[in-house]
Ligand binder design. Structure first.
Ligand code: GLN
Ligand code: ZN
Length: 748
């Protein structure tokens, strides 16, 4: 029996990668120093895993920016606009990812998109018919050497050809490019053979999807054609069960397969029966995407008969790469000890595997029983079930708004808004000063009074700037929020925050998801003080900002002993209590942000509808208690929602603001076939860039929008929140936006 992992977090226990990236981009360290930091992180990762008992160590799971981008670079697949860029290869890598780097020209970055249903983003490969594949896996070979020199048994990891192709951008039939791509992969295989690699982990996560016939045939063709030499292929999939593709997998010339046994119920016995008798079966039994300590004794019961059948062909691993998990729980020195006892981060998960292995080999379960005791304690703890909350949820009467949109629209005339109202998405620039005020308070260098006063000044400043700019619906600017989920988590019972529980989101960006460990309850008002203060400063309506239940759920580590829809319902109730308090304190417009609805979609399309049903229901519950004259907004920031149009309509927000400017309003084409029935604000400029859009350009976009949306239902706003921008470009952009609105109102 062998223990392995599919990958380890790259950011480093102290976010060393993030800091090194930012230092390098700012010119504070040079390339050698940057590369040294990355080598150190890899060494630390390998030794942490080895010390915890992992035998076969992943190599190539590390990436300077993103592993899909690394794969593109191995293959020499570089977007045409960078083809003649002969700056340093590391800078080229960063420029493809971010559009800029210390050296070389500036071209538009490649697109970035969500990695399956996680909050990790990958750089989308840009393929073309005449792409010139030039294989160079020297960075991977160097890492294999590094690992070997430290005495580790290395198992290189690469993203497989079919998943790579599937995740790429190409206008046309992608499968047509398969032969070219396979020629590239063949060269990679040859080079790994030369390097005397034994096991190669080849990731094909798309096997979790319901692939059509063509893609299934492509799997047979690709793996049939690739000459493996003496490489032994371990095919991995994750984030979903592959029970539906077992026949296909069994027909491929492999040496082993890894199954995610956590994401969905997986029929291990079926796999044993269907897969060739000589294959290694790697069982992903420890949840690689969550932070709970595993009930090893329960797992032992399940695995013992399997191990007896598979014997030496059993490998054990986390379900997926540990990329999606924080690094080391040991650092958490301020966490409630009881809660800490329930958790396991990446290093601890490796240790779990070795405890499990010891028990399976020896039959002695004392150690795993002792280890698993806190897991059982969590499930029966006082926090797990709050009786009064459950009763309240069981007896809810108001689960959606009482009046239909047309009635609400009529009553909201009282808000006195002009035609084509202008607004923003919520946050305004988070200046160094704002961050400083928050940090000082957190470090207890300022009192609550000082902090409140300082924040109020920021809000006051933000309100007066918006009035000067001439916006119609104002916001308080969200200066008090470090993060739109963590801010709310801190007010909720059953939820806690960690200090170092960082997970890579993309490149140098990390997120620190809160931990939902028990029934979620709101203990006190979360936003009313700031909002009513903001409203007291102006006659214009100030829009209250809340994060929606699905987004809080998706961006947290969620308890595994209650279904996600039930957790979402609990959060929705907490949000609805806040809605009521905001209304009571005089707020007439409330935005409930749901940017994560789309990423929460299950991997398998057959499960989408069920998910969307409860996701929509939780949003409707959150907004249910707003009477007709109160206007509910929602915001989501992604540009493809064709496939969830009905759900977006079903949210029944009075006003929906969405990202569209990058797609030139083509998003709205979706509504040519099915009109969006309520008010909508398609974002008119991209907040991700510091460029200031001119008003003519905005007017043109709005004219496009008016082809699909009647003027009485059209809003004017940027694509997303402005917190990452500076004031200078924000003011200039918004002024141009207001000019465009005024111009258009005259023409209508
Ligand atoms: N209200 C949030 C903001 O403006 C929305 C952020 C988001 O959509 N991700 O920052
Ligand atoms: Zn957004």
């Amino acid at each position: 029996m062998k223990l392995h992992t599919l990958g380890f977090p790259r950011i480093g226990a102290k976010r060393e990668l993030k800091l090194a990236l930012e230092d390098y981009w700012q010119g504070n360290i040079n390339k050698t120093q940057f590369l040294q930091t990355t080598a150190d992180i890899r060494q630390k990762n390998w030794s942490a895993q080895q010390q915890a008992g992992i035998e076969l160590l992943p190599v190539g799971d590390f990436a300077n920016y993103d592993h899909v981008l690394s794969t593109s670079l191995y293959l020499g697949i570089i977007p045409e606009r960078f083809a003649h860029d002969n700056s340093d290869p590391l800078d080229l890598e960063f420029r493809i990812a971010r559009g800029r780097a210390p050296t070389g020209c500036a071209c538009a970055a490649s697109d970035m998109t969500k990695w399956f249903n996680t909050n990790y983003h990958y750089i989308v490969p840009e393929l073309s018919q005449d792409m010139d594949i030039q294989v160079d896996i020297q960075p991977l070979l160097t890492q294999i050497d590094e690992a070997r020199q430290s005495g580790h048994e290395a198992k290189p990891v690469i993203l497989g050809p079919l998943s790579y192709l599937y995740l790429s951008a190409f206008e046309g039939d992608k499968l047509q490019l398969l032969p070219q791509l396979l020629a590239g992969y063949q060269q990679i295989f040859d080079k790994l053979n030369q390097a005397r690699v034994s096991w190669l982990q080849i990731d094909e996560p798309i096997l979790g999807l319901e692939l059509d016939e063509n893609w299934q045939a492509a799997f047979r063709q690709a793996y049939g054609e690739l000459r493996q030499g003496s490489l032994k292929l371990l095919l991995t999939s994750y984030f979903a069960s592959v029970d539906h593709h077992l026949d296909l997998i069994a027909s491929l010339p492999l040496h082993g397969v890894h199954l995610d046994c956590v994401a969905e119920p997986t029929d291990i016995q079926l796999a044993i029966d269907l897969l060739p008798r000589h294959w290694v079966v790697s069982l992903g039994v420890i949840d690689g995407r969550n932070i709970w300590k595993t009930d090893l004794s329960a797992l032992y019961e399940k695995l013992e008969p399997v191990y007896a059948q598979l014997n030496g062909r059993t490998w054990l691993a986390p379900s997926c790469s540990l990329l999606h998990c924080p690094v080391d729980l040991e650092q958490e020195n301020t966490l409630d000890p009881q809660v800490k006892g329930w958790l396991a981060f990446a290093s601890q998960k490796c240790h779990e595997l070795s405890l499990l292995k010891d028990a399976l080999l020896s039959g002695d379960t004392a150690a795993i029983e002792q280890y698993s005791a806190p897991v059982k304690a969590r499930l029966t703890s006082r926090e797990a079930v709050n009786k009064s909350l459950r009763d309240r949820l069981d007896n809810l009467k108001q689960v959606e708004r009482s009046e239909p949109y047309p009635v609400r629209k009529q009553q909201q005339q009282a808000l006195g808004l002009p035609l084509l109202p202008t607004t923003t998405i919520g946050s305004f620039p988070q200046t160094a000063e704002i961050r400083q005020i928050r940090a000082a308070y957190k470090r207890r260098e300022s009192t609550l009074e000082q902090y409140t006063r300082a924040m109020q000044q920021q809000i006051q400043d933000c309100i007066s700037r918006q009035e000067e700019i001439g916006l119609d619906v104002l916001v308080h600017g969200e200066p008090e929020r470090n993060d739109m989920v963590e801010y709310f988590a801190e007010f909720l019972d059953g939820v806690t925050s960690t200090r170092f529980g960082w997970v890579q989101s993309y490149g140098s960006r990390c997120v620190k998801p809160p931990v939902i460990y028990g029934d979620v309850r709101r203990t006190r008002a979360m936003t009313t003080d700031w909002l009513s203060y903001a409203q007291s400063l102006t006659d214009k309506p100030v829009k209250g900002m809340l994060t929606g239940p699905v987004t809080i759920l998706c961006w947290s580590f969620v308890r595994d002993d209650l279904s996600r829809d039930q957790v979402a319902r609990q959060i929705a109730l907490a949000v609805s209590d806040e809605v009521e308090d905001l209304i009571r304190s005089g707020i007439k417009i409330i935005q409930i942000d749901e940017p994560a609805i789309r990423e929460g979609m299950p991997i398998k399309q057959s499960q989408w509808q069920e998910y969307l049903n409860w996701a929509v229901a939780s949003f409707r519950l959150a907004s249910a208690r707003a009477p007709a004259p109160v206007q509910i907004h929602s915001h989501m920031c992604y540009s493809e929602f064709n496939d969830i149009l009905d759900a977006i309509i079903a949210l029944d927000a009075d006003v929906l603001t969405v990202e569209t400017s990058r797609s030139n309003m083509v998003l709205l084409d979706a509504f040519k076939h099915k009109a969006y029935p309520n008010d909508i604000g398609p974002g008119v400029y991209d907040i991700h860039s510091p460029n200031v859009p001119d008003s003519g350009w905005i007017t043109n976009l709005l004219k496009k929008a008016l082809e699909v949306v009647p003027a009485e239902r059209l809003w004017i706003n940027p694509d997303c929140g402005l917190k990452t921008r500076g004031w200078e470009e924000t003011r200039a952009s918004l002024e141009n936006m207001i000019d465009a609105a005024r111009q258009l109102r005259k023409e209508l």
